[in-house]
Design a protein around this ligand. Structure first.
Ligand code: HBI
Length: 361
């Protein structure tokens, strides 16, 4: 297929501001290139692609980032800033659509979803979050009725947030596992990674680490400094080790030394990339049984699950996770989350969606 992948209008690829969707985009592009498809990536100016995606064309657009849906009230209206990057991206996509067999949208935004019935080239959407806004819920429900094959989700828990009339297409996620090294011997250290913001629940991981008397290394973008300070103040000094937002190569080297990764989502995490990144390094995961992570962590095999928001249960889950055979974690990631396995699922979805039109192009 000749595929146009349209990225998120929240931050350039490689900036870390796009959150999990950046990892998804790069694994998807690299994996589909390996399968012989022709890829063009349409993203914000300043975006960069790693060597694994070098064979893809990169189209860059200027403009002002969309406000992130994560930090808007549920009832918020759709906002388009002046000189919106979103407008630039979709003007270019519509203008050049005839050169492609499929357009794949990765943005969690109103405009691309609304365009689905109005493009000549089939337009597919990999939905990157659970329910965060009424206006998006409504539009996803509408497109799920008019164009059910055009939507895919990472996990069943995420898809369950939406009013769908048919069983959802689930594609999981994908990672370039060659960038993650298995580490057999852990240090006396716990880990937590993610955007440092309230919906990620760092305070619970900090409380659990304090009760276990183990330090907690924290990696991630400090999106909410006041929140970070509140968490720091909630545990004895020295409990938290703030490691910052690191590029994947450095993150995995440090993450791999942890005895257990704690994952404490307060929202319906659509997938939980950091869970797979830890497993890829051989680090078992103690997670709240909520959202995507609850589908990723295999109790007793790759980690342990705790009742959501129950710190005592999380402490018990960390203790169970420390007994896990670390090689099973890496093996599970290879079997389910490699970019090869992910790209095969994406290809199956897109060919099922566009198959008839692909045939006679
Ligand atoms: N907000 N408006 C908007 N558009 C996106 O594509 C978007 C977002 N917030 C977060 C986000 N994407 C990504 O971090 C997802 O991977 C969660």
């Amino acid at each position: 297929m000749r595929l146009l992948v349209v990225s998120t209008p929240v931050g350039a690829l490689g900036s870390g501001r796009g959150g999990g969707v950046e990892i998804t985009a790069l694994a998807l592009v690299a994996g589909l290139l390996e399968r012989g498809h022709q890829l063009t990536v349409l993203a914000a100016e300043g975006s960069t692609l790693p060597a694994s995606c070098a064979a893809a064309a990169l189209w860059a657009e200027p403009g002002v980032d969309q406000p992130s849906w994560q930090h808007r009230p549920r009832g918020a209206a759709v906002e388009l800033p002046a000189d919106a990057l979103l407008g630039h991206l979709w003007r270019r996509a519509l203008l050049r659509q005839a050169e492609f067999d499929v357009i794949l949208n990765l943005a969690y935004d109103w405009l691309p979803l609304w365009l689905t019935p109005h493009t000549a080239t089939p337009l597919a959407h990999l939905v990157s979050m659970g329910s965060v806004a009424d206006v998006m819920d409504g539009l996803i429900a509408e497109i799920a009725r008019s164009h059910p094959r055009h939507l895919a989700f990472h996990t069943a828990a995420q898809a369950a947030d939406f009013d769908l009339t048919q069983p959802p297409r689930l594609v999981g996620n994908g990672f370039d596992l060659s960038r993650y090294s298995f580490q057999a011997e852990p240090a006396e250290l716990l880990g937590w990674a993610g955007r440092i913001a309230p919906e990620k629940g760092l305070e619970d991981a900090a409380a659990a680490a304090a009760r276990l008397g183990l330090p907690l290394a924290v990696w991630g973008l400090q999106e909410d400094p006041a929140y970070a300070r509140r968490v720091e103040a909630s545990v004895p000094p020295g409990t938290l080790q703030w490691r910052g937002f690191l590029p994947t190569d450095q993150l995995q080297a440090e993450l791999g030394r942890c005895a257990v990764l704690l994952n404490t989502p307060k929202w319906n995490e659509a997938f939980g990339n950091v869970v797979v990144e830890a497993l890829a390094c051989g680090v078992p995961v103690a997670a709240y049984a909520r959202g995507g992570p609850a589908e990723l962590v295999q109790e007793g095999h790759t980690g342990a699950l705790a009742a959501p928001d129950d710190v005592a249960a999380l402490v018990a889950a960390v203790r169970r996770a420390r007994g896990i055979e670390r090689r099973h974690c890496r093996a599970w990631a290879e079997q389910r989350c490699s970019q090869q396995a992910f790209a095969a699922r994406i290809e199956a979805w897109l060919e099922a969606m566009a198959g008839p039109t692909l045939a006679h192009r």
